[in-house]
Design a protein around this ligand. Structure first.
Ligand code: NAD
Length: 264
């Protein structure tokens, strides 16, 4: 262990199990000395998150469903009374009805559009505002997005629209909080096999495509994301804000599939 995050306290939102991207981030920052609080959505997830939180010495484990703003406020009140302040925030939360993560985007229902937007996009603005209120003269926030925000991807549908809004939120929040030295960035992760990832239609095909066609010829791991998040949450990235940082084995940088794939 070294001490890149020593003395920093952070809230990790979005751990469902040990496959979660948020868990990859939690491990990376805990290894560098960060003190962590975890939120969980509902008791069933709470039972899974507890041993993970214990394993990195986290004492604060707080229920929070971002659809219920009272639970968000209660969570931040608890952090304020336990810690008095906050140094960083990880928001790794997304949801859409999986029946609409297949087929045509045009068939998205109004109800699921609004729900996906509230949970996957606006929740970041709501928690960022509360987190910033606990940050003194410095802080860092990271949320998770996907390449489907800027280019259409089969089946990603309304989540792509929500992630586009999330990425714009990152830039606006960076502008809002920059004068207070609070930085706001996103990691655009390549496809990873997680609970949320499995809800997207033909998820396995997306993973295979990425593996065959990204410059690194592989999919990414939650530890890949953890390393990049460590950079964004630590002082190593002190001059970086409002960025969408790709951790996708280079996939976004290419304009066509690998030639060897075309010849198959
Ligand atoms: P995951 O299922 O492990 O995590 C998703 C988390 O969102 C869960 O912890 C769940 O409890 C939480 N959540 C959903 N609705 C919530 C609500 N109403 N209130 C509070 N929490 C809620 O999956 P993951 O892939 O680790 O997802 C984390 C983030 O990464 C999401 O924003 C996702 O869109 C993004 N992402 C995932 C991939 C991928 O391929 N898995 C790629 C790029 C970005």
């Amino acid at each position: 262990m070294s001490d890149l995050m020593k003395g920093k306290r952070g809230l990790i939102m979005g751990v469902a199990n040990d496959h979660s991207i948020a868990w990859g981030i939690a491990k990376a920052v805990a290894e560098q000395g960060a003190e962590l609080a975890f939120s969980y959505q509902g008791e069933a997830f709470g039972r899974r998150v507890k041993p993970l939180a214990d394993s990195v010495g986290a004492k604060l484990l707080l229920p929070c469903d971002v659809e219920d703003i009272e639970t968000v406020d209660t969570m931040f009140d608890a952090i304020k009374s336990e810690w008095g302040g906050l140094d960083f925030l990880v928001h790794a939360i997304g949801f859409s009805d999986k029946n609409e993560l297949k087929g045509l985007y045009a068939d998205t229902s109004r109800e699921n559009f609004v729900r996906s937007m509230v949970i996957s996009c606006f929740s970041f603005t709501e928690v960022a505002k509360r987190a910033a209120a606990l940050m003194d003269d410095k802080g860092s926030m990271v949320t998770l997005t996907y390449g489907g925000a800027t280019r259409s991807m089969p089946n990603y549908n309304v989540m792509g629209v929500a992630k586009a809004g999330l990425e714009a939120s990152v830039r606006y929040l960076a502008a809002d909080y920059g004068p207070r030295n609070i930085r706001v960035n996103a990691i655009s992760a390549g496809p990873v096999r997680t609970l949320a990832g499995a809800g997207i239609g033909d998820a396995r095909a997306m993973l295979n495509w990425q593996q065959r066609n990204s410059p690194l010829r592989r999919t990414i791991t939650i530890d890949d994301v953890g390393g990049s998040a460590l950079y964004l949450l630590s002082d190593l990235s002190s001059g970086v804000t409002g960025e969408i940082h790709f951790v996708d084995a280079g996939y976004n940088s290419t304009s066509m599939p690998a030639i060897e794939q075309l010849k198959k």
